[in-house]
Design a binder for this molecule. Structure first.
Ligand SMILES: [Zn+2]
Length: 420
């Protein structure tokens, strides 16, 4: 079998098309998430190391201006300009209808860094005063501040990650220039995150829910951001090798790698000859009805042992018993990278799954086998490959989900380092 190829030039063309022309109409409902779409487009080109060669300085300045246009006067960023009714008529009473948004704020700051901006126009103090208002009494974060300063939306681990990430980006190592600015309640946030670990080791959206790789990434991302700014020597157990919480989490993550790809031709064959999974389950139920447990076990379907061929493509799922999906190659490998355990996965199987099964002919990656490319899966597919050292991709920071160059720009800012 010829070695799988990463079609870099096609991916460059795909991301440039997304950035500079109209997106397909399937994105229409994502209008209020433009900040996220901008992040994927620009971060994708930066990961491919062509952001500066394939866009002009004027274009990059235009993107920077658009992001600052999304900044809310009272701190934080909106996800798009559609709610902006202008600073002239904005008052304390009506500002809840044009709120800053926790995820969009995080992405806006990361994009500015990707574009080489020094964050000098960011309302840093205002944003850091707004952030604790987004935290709920249980330690979790909401999405926006509604009428009456009520915290609305969010509540799951995604918002914890963006809250902790925004704090990491703007507080800096020393908190220079922030005298009198109240911090978020870090202890409560950690307690909330810890309460989301499920019985099987993975992290769920909330306490007593089903473990999910996306939320697991967000939990460990949040703890990583907090840990990077922590002056204490004691690490949270979830990110401390050797602790039971850490070991069960790593075991759960590694177990997400799967050769069940949900390929289209499987289901087509099934529907043709009447042996769909639903039919098999029905027949089986009838066949074993009234039998003892021992007799039922004998009647179970034989599951063939894995062969060299069936192990060739091994993607990742996000929950037990689900098919592989490109983005879960990211959610799981990024989390393992943060935990220092990425070498435990079958890197070749993941690479072959991404390059031979979901990499698209026109560039970009689809969600699953045979699916059209979209921005989220295209970026996350490439990031997972970057962790594994794919040629042609920049190295990437798993928590910030942006290139090391972007992180270095942040760490070089005087107020971030604490030299100002
Ligand atoms: Zn996905």
């Amino acid at each position: 079998m010829p070695e799988a190829q990463f079609t870099k030039e096609r991916h460059i063309r795909y991301f440039l098309r997304c950035l500079k022309t109209f997106l397909p109409d399937l994105y229409t409902s994502n209008d209020s998430n433009r900040m996220l779409l901008a992040f994927f487009s620009l971060a994708g080109l930066d990961l491919l190391d062509v952001l500066e060669s394939k866009t002009t300085p004027e274009e990059r300045q235009g993107y920077i201006e658009w992001i600052y246009h999304c900044q809310v006067r009272s701190g934080g960023f909106r996800g798009f300009s559609g709610t902006d009714f202008g600073d002239e008529i904005r008052t304390r009473d009506n500002e809840a209808w044009d709120p800053a948004n926790v995820p969009s704020t995080f992405f806006a700051l990361v994009i500015l860094l990707i574009l080489g901006d020094d964050l000098s126009r960011v309302k840093r103090v205002e944003c850091l005063k707004w952030l604790p208002k987004m935290q709920r009494p249980d330690g979790s974060f909401g999405e926006v501040l509604g009428p009456g300063d009520n915290v609305e939306g969010g509540g799951d681990l995604r918002f914890c990650c963006f809250g902790a990430g925004t704090r990491y980006l703007l507080r800096g190592r020393s908190g220079a220039g922030l005298d009198g600015v109240e911090d978020i309640d870090v202890d409560k946030l950690v307690t909330f995150i810890e309460s989301c670990q499920a019985y099987d080791g993975g992290m769920a959206e909330g306490p007593f829910c089903e473990a999910h790789s996306g939320h697991t990434y967000c939990a460990i991302g949040a703890l990583t951001f907090l840990d990077r700014l922590s002056s204490g020597s004691e690490k949270v157990q979830l990110i401390s090798p050797g602790s039971e919480k850490y070991e069960s989490l790593v075991r759960w993550l590694v177990s997400r790698q799967t050769t069940e790809l949900g390929e289209e031709d499987d289901s087509e064959d099934d529907s043709d000859d009447g042996t769909s999974e639903a039919n098999i389950a029905q027949d089986l139920a009838e066949a074993v009805a009234g039998l003892s447990i021992d007799e039922s076990i004998v009647k179970l379907l034989a599951i063939p042992p894995p062969s060299e061929n069936s192990l060739h493509w091994a993607g990742f799922n996000g929950r037990c018993n689900k098919y592989a999906d490109t983005c879960y190659s990211f959610w799981n490998t990024a989390t393992l990278e943060m935990l220092g355990k990425l070498p435990l996965v079958d890197a070749a199987g993941n690479r072959q799954y991404l390059l031979e099964k979901t990499q698209h002919l026109v560039g970009g990656f689809g969600k699953g086998v045979g699916e059209p490319p979209d921005l989220l899966h295209s970026y996350f597919g490439m990031v997972s490959l970057a962790f594994q050292g794919e040629q042609g991709l920049n190295r990437i920071d798993p928590a910030l989900c942006a290139t090391h160059r972007t992180v270095q720009r942040l760490h070089a800012l005087p107020w971030w380092r604490g030299t100002e």
